[in-house]
Each structure stands twice: as C-alpha cells, then as structure tokens.
Design a binder for this molecule. Structure first.
Ligand SMILES: C[S@@+](CC[C@H](N)C(=O)[O-])C[C@H]1O[C@@H](n2cnc3c(N)ncnc32)[C@H](O)[C@@H]1O
Length: 259
C-alpha cells in the first residue's frame, strides 16, 4: 500500500482509491435501502450508478438483486472496484458521467455521496442530467444523494472523521476554504497512520463542488426532461422548500421516450 507524495491536484483524492475507500468505510446499508425504495424498482431491475467510486453502493445494489452498470471517470477507482467489489450482478467501466453512460434503457439511476456536485459547471450538470434522462425508461427515477445549500452560500466550514481499521487509523478532514456564488472550494486531506508506527501517509486534494439549492436543482432537472423533483431526508420523510443539508433527491423522467 503506497501513496504518492502529497498532491494538491484536483483529482488526487480519487486516484488513491485504496485510501479513499479506507476513509469512507462506514455502514451504507440504511442509505442503500432508502435509495432503492425511493427508486420504486424491484430486483432484478436494471440500474445505473454513475460516479461509482470504489463500488461500495454498486455492490450493495447488486447484492440486493439489481443488475448494475457502474462507471467512474477515474480508472484507479474502477480498477479498485473490479478487484474488491466484484459481483456477477455488476459491470464496472471507466466513463464520464457527462456523456458516456451507455445506451440501453435502464429502470433507475443513482448517484451517492455528492458525486453530482463534482460537475463544476451548469453545462456539465446539464449534460449529465440529459445523459441520465436518455437512458431512463419513461417515468423512470434518478435518485441522487447530495448536500443542498442556502442562498447566499454557506460560509467556510470544516468536517472531519476517523475510521479505525485493523492495521491503521485513517483521518479524513474536509475543509471549505472559499465559497463563491456557485462553488465551495474544498480541501480534502486523508491521513493513514499504520499501527506499526511507520510513517503516516497523507495526501491533499482541492476540489470545486458546485452549490445547489432545491430550486436550482429542480430547474436544471426540468430543463433536462425530468418533470418531478421530490426531496427526502435520511428518514425518508418528504421535505419541501429550499432546505439545507444532506438529502436524497428523486427526479422522475417525463413520460415520453428520449433519444
Ligand atoms: C465523492 S466520490 C463518490 C464515489 C461513490 N459514489 C461513493 O459514494 O463511494 C465522487 C466520485 O465521482 C467521480 N467523478 C467525478 N467527476 C466525474 C465524471 N465527470 N464522470 C464520472 N465520475 C466522476 C470521482 O472519480 C469519484 O469517484
């Protein structure tokens, strides 16, 4: 397990898939269960998981009996998922969620853990929403899990956690150093301290994350051919208005097929 020297380039946190996976090793079962329920599909429905990362959610959906197509822009993430999250019900591939999501119709689509917010421009977000819409069956559902923000945008903030593993302690720190009208500029630091007291490994990445409110997300979804957006909190309750915090957004595709 080696890590390159601290690297402040935009995608470093995703290139080091093994460290990302150690830092995000929490129980996702409740979120998966809720997302699958909100998508209104039953196994063996065919589902899409863009920005699948190390495959945590894709594997969970495959284990529930769904037929999963999962993709990610970062080849290291896809390699890791194939090696550690393999399942006969899931196919992993490298693909850009802006326009490379494949062709066949699917019953539902999912993105988790703020992945949609990595699409930094309105145009990127719109290309992605249209690409998902093209793949969804009429009235099919896209469930995205993301943080929504107030207007004016959030002030700088910090969020950190530690995960204890058998051989190491992983510390993750997410700080928002700068906020503009459209973006939060995040600095992610992941440190891995082996228990044998050898040198800790650490890397840093800076990433712009696009800020969305319920209204701006609803408008973007509508423009891309979704005709309904409903927000749910983590307990599955519907939430109305321009709420702030972490939500599951359910976007329902229009009733006409899309090519
Ligand atoms: C915060 S991670 C979440 C990964 C995964 N959804 C999870 O919850 O573990 C965001 C992921 O988005 C991917 N990503 C960013 N931009 C992308 C794009 N344009 N197309 C596909 N994947 C992208 C990154 O490589 C990274 O794996």
């Amino acid at each position: 397990m080696t890590l390159s020297s601290p690297d402040a380039s935009r995608d470093a946190v995703f290139r080091e898939a093994w460290a990302y996976d150690l830092a995000f090793a929490w129980d996702i079962d409740a979120d998966l269960q809720l997302a699958a329920r909100l998508a209104e599909v039953a196994p063996p429905a065919r589902v899409l998981v863009p920005a699948c990362g190390t495959g945590r959610y894709a594997l969970g959906l495959a284990e529930r009996g769904f037929v999963v197509e999962a993709s990610d822009l970062e080849p290291n993430m896809v390699r890791f998922a194939r090696a550690h999250r393999a399942h006969p019900g899931v196919a992993y591939r490298v693909g850009d969620m802006r326009d490379d999501l494949g062709d066949e119709t699917v019953d539902a689509a999912f993105t988790f853990c703020n992945s949609f917010r990595y699409l930094a421009t309105g145009e990127d977000a719109s290309r992605h929403l249209q690409a998902v819409r093209r793949r969804l069956k009429p009235r099919g559902v896209y469930v995205m899990e993301l943080a929504l923000h107030p207007r004016p945008p959030v002030p700088p903030a910090r969020n950190g956690w530690q995960v204890h593993h058998e051989h190491c302690l992983v510390t993750a720190l997410w700080t928002v150093d700068r906020v503009t009208a459209e973006h939060a500029f995040e600095r992610a630091t992941i440190s891995v301290q082996p228990h044998d007291q050898s040198e800790p490994e650490r890397f840093v990445a800076e990433q712009p994350q696009r800020l969305w409110t319920a209204s701006s997300l609803g408008a973007a979804a509508h423009a891309a051919g979704f005709d309904d957006l409903v927000l749910f909190d983590r307990t599955g309750q519907v939430r109305a208005g321009d709420v702030t915090g972490r939500y599951f957004a359910r976007l329902r595709a229009g009733s006409t097929p899309c090519n």
